[in-house]
Design a protein around this ligand. Structure first.
Ligand code: SF4
Length: 71
């Protein structure tokens, strides 16, 4: 099975610091695989534990609403 991973830079939504996150996304499965800090003035490539591991709810199949995928 061929996987199609893509790097997507976003902003952590947990607190007001606005750290930049680089997600690795499996486009075929439409799932986030991992996250790491992205270079930026706020976090300089680092994340706290919430930023590192707190994104797994986005893959939860029991979300009550569909995710918005485009503006
Ligand atoms: S990574 Fe941590 S410090 Fe940075 S915005 Fe997210 S919760 Fe706040």
């Amino acid at each position: 099975m061929q996987t199609t991973y893509e790097k997507v830079v976003s902003v952590c939504s947990y607190c007001g610091s606005g750290c930049q996150i680089e997600f690795t996304v499996d486009k075929k499965a439409n799932r986030i695989i991992s996250a790491k800090g992205a270079p930026g003035r706020t976090n300089e490539g680092r994340l706290c534990l919430k930023g590192f591991y707190g994104w797994d709810y986005l893959n939860d199949p029991q979300l009550l609403t569909r995710r918005i995928t485009s503006p």
